[in-house]
Design a protein around this ligand. Structure first.
Ligand SMILES: [Zn+2]
Ligand SMILES: [Zn+2]
Length: 254
C-alpha cells in the first residue's frame, strides 16, 4: 500500500495545497486543492473518493475532477460520505447554479459520479485494503478514517477538535502505524480552535493520550504563516510521540 500526500495545508498560497491523500492509484481521501497537481493520466485512476466532511478546503477538487473526468470512464467515480455531507454537496455545489450535478450527467442511469452513503463504523474493502469511517467532532458532520492493509493500519483524523470517538475506535486496532492528524492553530488561538472545532497543540496533546498506541504522527492543516510555531508547540505537547510536519509530496509505503 502506498499513500501520497497531495494536500496538507490549512489554506492556499504558493506551494500550499489543502487536504488530499492518494492511496495507491485508485483511492482518494478528500479532494482539496492538492488534487489539482495530479497529472490527468493519474486522475483517471481514481475510482473511489472518501470525504471527511463538506468544508470547501476538502471538497473543492471534486466538482472540477468530475468535469475533467467527464466521458472518460464507463463506470462512475464513487464518492463515499455521510448522508449529511452528500446532501450539503448536492444543495450547495452540485445544484446547477454553482456547478452541474454530475451525479445525473450524462444520464441518471450512467452518471460521472455516484454518491454512496457511508456511516461511522462502516468498513469498505477494495482490493485488499479496508477503510473504516470514524466519527469525529467538527462544526459540520465530520469523520476520520482508518485504512488497513495486511501490513499496516493508517489513521486520518479529518478536521476535529477534542473527542473520544476517534481514539476509542483506533484502540480497537491491534496497532496504528501512522496517524495523520490536524493541528490547525497555535496555542495562542486556543479559543478559535474551540469555536471552529479544530485542534491546537495543547488540545491535541491532551486528547492523544486517550489512545494506547504510539504511532508516528504526521501533522496537517496548519494555518498558513504559523507553521513553525504550531509544529514546535506540537513537539512540546506530545513528548511521547515521533512528531513530523507534512510539507507535501511525501510518499509512505507499507
Ligand atoms: Zn473543516
Ligand atoms: Zn479543513
Amino acid at each position: 500500500m502506498q499513500i501520497k500526500v497531495l494536500g496538507w495545508a490549512g489554506g492556499i498560497g504558493a506551494n500550499l495545497r489543502t487536504t488530499s491523500f492518494l492511496i495507491d492509484d485508485d483511492l482518494l481521501i478528500d479532494a482539496g486543492t492538492g488534487l489539482g497537481d495530479l497529472p490527468l493520466n493519474h486522475m483517471t485512476g481514481i475510482r473511489h473518493i472518501f470525504l471527511t466532511h463538506s468544508h470547501m478546503d476538502h471538497v473543492v477538487g471534486l466538482p472540477l475532477l468530475a468535469d475533467s473526468m467527464f466521458g472518460v470512464h464507463d463506470e462512475p467515480i464513487v464518492v463515499h460520505a455521510q448522508e449529511k455531507t452528500i446532501n450539503a454537496l448536492k444543495a450547495h455545489i452540485f445544484n446547477w447554479v454553482i456547478w452541474p450535478d454530475f451525479s445525473e450527467l450524462p444520464t441518471r442511469d450512467n452518471p460521472s459520479i455516484q454518491f454512496e452513503v457511508m456511516n461511522p463504523g462502516d468498513k469498505i474493502s477494495i482490493r485488499s485494503r479496508e477503510i473504516e469511517m470514524i466519527q469525529v467532532n467538527h462544526t459540520v458532520p465530520g469523520v476520520g478514517y482508518c485504512l488497513s492493509s495486511r501490513r499496516a493500519n493508517v489513521a486520518f483524523s479529518g478536521d476535529t477538535t477534542t473527542n473520544d470517538t476517534l481514539w476509542e475506535v483506533l484502540d480497537r486496532y491491534e496497532n496504528i502505524d501512522l496517524l495523520f492528524v490536524e493541528a490547525a492553530f497555535s496555542n495562542n488561538d486556543i479559543e478559535i480552535s474551540k469555536i471552529s472545532k479544530h485542534y491546537c497543540p495543547r488540545l491535541l496533546g491532551d486528547d492523544i493520550l486517550k489512545m494506547k498506541h504510539r504511532p508516528d504522527i504526521w501533522l496537517t492543516h496548519f494555518k498558513p504563516g504559523d507553521e513553525e510555531l504550531i509544529y514546535q508547540e506540537c513537539v512540546d505537547a506530545m513528548p511521547d510521540f515521533d512528531v513530523h510536519q507534512l510539507k507535501g509530496g511525501e510518499v509512505f509505503k507499507f
